[in-house]
Design a protein around this ligand. Structure first.
Ligand SMILES: [Zn+2]
Length: 600
């Protein structure tokens, strides 16, 4: 199938990493990393966990070398991943992904001892080192590792787990991905039946013609049903694998390790989730309005994405680039100049190409290089927001390189902060360019629906995961039908009577990769979005005074816990009332849409 858009030729240049899948520098780097890892082990094994703790100078030199090593050993894998995403159907790319991941595991075996020894250092000695002046640069890394102290196993156990994960957990994740990406869904239209991928049939749910949407939902369900046995088995197996993992590591529940990784407490997450659920009426008010706008008495699940306006203008790549560039420029010249680098130095891959991975992402790559963005630009107005989103990640990753490999990565909760903020900036600009009332309403509705997908839906997904893990624990292996029922049960409260869930919809958990890739990922989206809405409020109140504080926050990367970094901006995530700010802003957007619709 020929694919093209106005972004044809907008291709990333990966030469800043390597010159191709057969670049000899890849093997050379892997070999060098392995050598250095062996030397590292020789130099430091048995030197960290010593009576009285190591000297600060020794620990500093170890961390400096470790940081360089991680950077070196990660680069081949990062490159392989990007090559593969750019062209998944080239077997050389898949082979390079497998090879680099295996080699990384081999290298990592020489490094595992370091964290394990560090967490064994006594609390008092560790506190002195962490608070002393020598190790300030790595303070958070050292602190964070020790938070896992009660959950580490012995070194031989850790090694066995890591090695067996390649053919265990990781293999099932890959089987899931490959199964979902090859699902074919029959789509009946105009007397013909065509076989579509999930991504293609998903696009039909946005069709203005209800018949098309209904057929798309049916076809999608058929495709899922045909693969339900295998996918259900993978779900059951990975949920069980997660359970053995958290029990081995002495966590009390399935979400605990995620909370720890997110540097957040269960109390904060509970407050976020219940606050969101208290505002389900906002969702239902909106869909009530949407039903009226579409002229439908009863909405079904397949109507949720129906367009409010069929006349949404298209947007070509140069225009999209200009809109996003202008919105970042207006916010901060510094952020704007970073964006210019992305465009001018070809760090973005936006064209449509057979074999290219779907969706969009920004990869931080390695701090010695720079981030890379992949998206599939289809000339739709929606793609402008995707570009703004990924560039938000890009700016965040670009700025946080300064704190180095060990501390540049943010936990999931703040990982979506800059991306969603970037979207908000661009959305205002987009609205300003379009004065026509019906179109403005359509844009606002789109924004509201995106907000719902990020805030409310993610809480529903988290409730589903909680229910799934609980049911698997209590009832053993679950059937597809049992999980279908769990799925419908958690979806109903959000939609109420306003959107009816069909039987088809009960199957629609089977393809969702988040459950498979990173258990309990989803609440981080709600956290991020509600946080951003609050930050937007602050920016509106404080104006330019807000900007440098915000950029400092991005540049700090993961060098302190989110609540510590956010406190510098006057944000207190431990205050249960904090979440109301963002939820009220969403409710306000629905009120605005109701008023706009009233004037049409
Ligand atoms: Zn994102």
């Amino acid at each position: 199938m020929a694919v093209s858009s106005s972004a044809d030729g907008v291709r990333w240049d990966l030469n800043d990493l390597y010159r191709g899948a057969d670049d000899p520098a890849i093997t050379a780097d892997i070999q060098q990393a392995l050598e250095r890892a062996k030397q590292f082990e020789q130099a430091y094994r048995g030197k960290i966990d010593v009576p009285g703790g190591p000297s600060a100078e020794l620990l500093l030199s170890a961390l400096t070398e470790l940081e360089g090593l991680y950077e070196l050993m990660s680069k081949p894998g990062v490159y392989a991943g990007l090559l593969h995403a750019g062209k998944t159907d080239d077997p050389k790319h898949g082979a390079l992904v497998a090879r680099t991941s295996e080699e990384r595991t081999v290298i990592n075996k020489h490094l595992i001892f370091f964290d394990l020894e560090w967490v064994k250092v006594g609390d008092e000695e560790a506190r002195k080192l962490i608070e002393g002046p020598t190790l300030q640069k790595y303070r958070h890394y050292l602190e964070e590792k020790r938070a896992w102290r009660p959950h580490y196993l012995s070194e031989p156990e850790e090694k066995v787990l890591e090695e067996k994960a390649v053919t265990g957990r990781e293999a099932f994740v890959r089987l899931f991905d490959e199964t979902v990406s090859t699902i074919k869904c029959p789509f009946k239209h105009g007397g013909w039946t065509s076989m579509l991928s999930i991504q293609q049939i998903n696009a039909k749910l946005y069709d203005p013609d209800r018949e098309v949407r209904r057929e798309a939902a049916r076809g999608w369900t058929t495709g899922l049903k045909q693969n339900a046995r295998l996918l259900t088995y993978i779900f059951n197996n990975l949920v069980q694998d997660h359970k053995s993992d958290y029990e081995l590591r002495r966590f009390t529940g399935p979400m605990d390790s995620r909370h720890l990784a997110n540097e957040i407490t269960a109390t904060v997450v509970d407050a976020l989730m219940t606050a969101t659920e208290r505002h389900h009426d906002v969702v239902q008010r909106y869909y009530h309005l949407k039903g009226k706008l579409l002229g439908l008495n009863q909405l079904y699940d397949y109507d949720r994405y129906a367009p409010i306006s069929t006349a949404l203008p298209s947007c070509d790549w140069p225009t999209a680039r200009t809109i996003v560039q202008e919105s970042y420029d207006a916010f901060s010249p510094k952020a704007g100049s970073i964006l210019r680098e992305f465009f001018e130095k070809n760090w973005i891959d936006a064209e449509l190409r057979p074999g290219k991975r779907g969706g969009a992402f920004s990869s931080s790559a390695v701090p010695s290089a720079h981030p890379y963005i992949l998206m599939n630009f289809t000339d739709k107005l929606r793609d402008v927001m995707t570009l703004a989103h990924e560039l938000g990640h890009g700016v965040h990753q670009y700025l946080s390189r300064a704190v180095g490999y060990l501390q540049c990565h943010t936990p999931l909760t703040t990982a979506e902060m800059a991306s969603v903020f970037g979207e908000m900036l661009t959305f205002q600009r987009l609205l300003a360019r379009h004065p026509e009332p019906r179109l403005r309403l359509a844009l606002l509705c789109q924004k509201i629906e995106d907000g719902f997908a990020t805030v409310f839906r993610q809480v529903v997904l988290t409730r589903f995961e909680q229910a799934l893990h609980k049911a698997r624990r209590e009832q053993g292996e679950l059937t597809t039908e049992q999980i279908n029922e769990l799925w419908l049960t958690v979806n109903r409260p959000m939609h109420g009577e306003v959107v009816q869930m069909t039987e088809d919809y009960s199957w629609w958990w089977l393809y969702i990769g988040h459950f498979i890739h990173v258990p309990f990922y989803c609440y981080a989206y709600s956290f991020g979005e509600l946080l951003v809405l609050a930050l937007v409020q602050k920016y509106r109140q404080e104006g330019q005074a807000f900007v440098p504080k915000y950029l400092d926050l991005l540049a700090a990367g993961g060098s302190a816990a989110p609540h510590v970094l956010l406190a510098r901006l006057g944000v207190d995530v431990n205050d249960p009332g904090f979440w109301e700010l963002g939820l009220k802003l969403l409710g306000g957007m629905v009120t605005e849409a109701e008023e706009m619709a009233g004037k049409l």
